[in-house]
Design a protein around this ligand. Structure first.
Ligand code: NAP
Length: 303
């Protein structure tokens, strides 16, 4: 029987695997997409203690290599259900069933869509949720970024390096993003802030995005901005519904757990952005991974 199954190979999950292996426990990580989680799309990380500057891809790859070199196994399978049979937990994936003593849910969160009528149809045809993945398709073109958090500001800075013009469309005039980064972006000549406005429509031409309709929050006035691309960066939403039988969820769908990373089910722990918390950073994901793994090891010792 596997000691610890970790669901999700992002920063929290990979850190949990490092701690589990160093504690002498077998650890298998299940990942549905690719290792690294959200950070893999961040061009530059400058706020991880001890590392002044690193790309998200380099960071995630180093973490992955560290975990696997220590003996953690990564299986590219989507977990569809977890059931609690007391001392044994059953983890069902799209490829098989696995038994383990403890589970760590480190499922992260996914990009939140704007929810506009033709948004889905325009993905890959002008609408994107990942500037580092798709930005190069918009070289020398005009694009917009929707959002006012760190992701939106980072995306806009990245795109302004090679797009002709970048609009930052935000529904308020205050930002969640770090003030230093907002100020740095404001200094760029090809960046224009469109504030107190919501993106309310996606305008298309021959099945491709050609503009966005924005509506002023106060006056209700609608205007159209011609853009070839729209990068939606309005935060994330978790997807923990398959695990609601073993971990209570809050109103936003995040797993209810405090700093000890314990869910209401013995032997089921959670770590990272999928957990109810106020600060979702690389540092807090890594911290959760360590806490959850050590808690899982303590639980196994007590069996
Ligand atoms: P976020 O911080 O939650 O920001 C989301 C932004 O989108 C907010 O400005 C929000 O507006 C706006 N928004 C939300 N729903 C909207 C809607 N329906 N329509 C229009 N606008 C909407 O998300 P994030 O930027 O993706 O960041 C997520 C977490 O990762 C944060 O903790 C962030 O600090 C962290 N992160 C850190 C780094 C870094 O440190 N290098 C990089 C990227 C992300 P309001 O402000 O009005 O709510």
């Amino acid at each position: 029987m596997i000691d610890i199954i970790i669901i999700g190979a992002g920063t929290a999950g990979l850190t949990a695997a490092i701690y589990a292996r160093r504690a002498g426990r077998t650890a298998v990580i299940f990942e549905a997409h690719a290792y690294g989680g959200q950070i893999i799309n961040t061009p530059e990380i400058e706020n991880y203690p001890g590392i002044a500057n690193i790309s998200g891809f380099e960071f995630a790859t180093a973490l992955y290599n560290q975990a696997t070199a220590l003996g953690a196994e990564v299986k590219m399978e989507r977990v569809v259900a977890v059931s609690d049979n007391g001392a044994a937990k059953l983890v069902r994936t799209d490829k098989g069933e696995y038994e383990c003593k403890a589970v760590i849910l480190a499922t992260g969160a996914k990009n939140r869509p704007l929810g506009l009528e033709n948004e889905k149809a325009l993905v890959g045809k002008g609408v994107s949720y990942c500037a580092t993945c798709d930005g190069m398709f918009f070289r020398k073109k005009t694009v917009a970024v929707a959002g006012g958090g760190n992701t939106a500001i980072e995306d806009a800075a990245f795109l302004s390096n090679y797009c002709e013009k970048v609009y930052v469309i935000h529904r308020r005039d205050a930002f969640r993003a770090d003030a230093k980064e907002v100020d740095r972006l404001k200094g760029r000549e090809n960046v224009e802030f469109v504030l107190n406005k919501n993106v309310t429509g996606l305008i298309e031409d021959n099945g491709r995005l050609c503009g966005v309709e924005v509506t002023d929050k106060f006056s209700g006035e609608k205007t159209v901005i011609d853009v070839a691309g729209l990068f939606v960066a309005i935060g994330q939403a978790p997807d923990n519904t398959p695990f609601a039988n073993v971990a209570a969820l809050d109103d936003g769908g995040y797993i209810k757990a405090a700093e000890d990373c314990k869910t209401g089910t013995d032997g089921v722990f959670t770590a990272g952005d999928c957990r109810t918390k106020t600060v979702r950073q690389l540092t807090t994901a890594a911290s959760d991974g360590a806490v959850a793994a050590l808690a899982a090891c303590g639980y196994i010792d007590s069996l």
